[in-house]
Design a protein around this ligand. Structure first.
Ligand code: GLU
Length: 265
């Protein structure tokens, strides 16, 4: 009897040990074992993440940054689409190792996931059609304004213009189409995309000044500091070697006007 009991106890410890090892295994180890890092990125957000019409493949600043991080870690990179509203679930459910998808670092998002250091900073403001004559957020009172679900651009607009009506879409491509088809009078999102829309659509006009600050962080599994350190180190090495600047210049045509922040060397 005693021997059976000791045997069962040993078995229980072995099982617990295995479970614990599974839970403790860092995403970094999994990625290295797999030889591949799975990255959630935007497919609708040029120039950050979008589908290149020529190649049919994901392209953009965040896509290039992911490829550079993969190279630093010595692994291949596989991309899957992340919508604003699926970014956090993709991480929590373990479908992706990393999300690099125009995600503003917010304290309420910290409840479910962790963030890397900030790798770019932008802000928000609306864009409208020139024919609306709208030049200031005060004129959006009573107007329909497009925004994507799961992003903070809709809620942020309501803070500065509570009388606007937010119309929700899944993807920015749909929001832009709705603006062009006059189904909404303006749309709100981050200025990196607003600038791109203005440049590529002469019938559109940017509305006013930035009224938010949006520091982007990469989304990672909660409580995996080994993985977070590896990603942060890769970003900082890219910055220090000025590879970051090369990628930035490719997409924005100039050097960044910010520092990757204030992080101990
Ligand atoms: N950076 C914004 C956010 O994380 C994205 C805004 C948008 O999707 O339009 O919520």
């Amino acid at each position: 009897m005693r021997r059976i009991f000791v045997g069962l106890l040993a078995l229980a410890f072995a099982v617990l040990g295995a479970l614990d090892a599974g839970a403790a295994e860092s995403v970094l180890d999994k990625v290295k074992k797999r030889g591949e890092m799975i990255v959630g990125t935007k497919y609708d957000f040029p120039p950050m993440g979008f589908i290149n019409k020529g190649t049919g493949q994901p392209d953009g600043f965040e896509v290039d940054l992911a490829r550079e991080i993969g190279q630093k870690l010595g692994v291949k990179v596989k991309f899957v689409q992340a919508l604003s509203k699926t970014r956090i679930p993709l991480i929590v459910n373990g479908n992706v190792d990393l999300v690099i998808a125009t995600m503003t670092h917010k304290r309420d998002r910290e409840k479910a996931i962790d963030f890397s250091i900030h790798y770019i900073i932008t802000g928000q403001r609306p864009i409208t059609r020139k024919d609306t004559g709208i030049t200031h957020v005060s004129q959006l009172a009573g107007k329909r304004v497009g925004a994507v679900q799961g992003g903070n651009a809709g809620p942020n607009l309501l803070k500065v213009q509570p009388k606007a009506t937010i119309v929700s879409f899944q993807e920015h491509t749909e929001t832009l189409l709705a603006l062009k088809q006059k189904k909404v009078d303006a749309l709100v999102t981050d200025d990196v995309l607003i600038q791109w829309m203005a440049k590529n659509n002469p019938e559109l006009a940017i509305v006013g000044k930035l009224y938010t600050v949006e520091p982007y962080g990469m989304g990672l599994r909660e409580n995996d500091s080994k993985w977070r350190d590896a990603v942060n180190d890769a970003v900082l090495e890219l910055w220090d070697s000025r590879k970051y600047h090369e990628v930035y210049r490719k997409w924005f045509g100039q050097d960044p006007e910010f520092e990757i922040p204030w992080y101990p060397k």
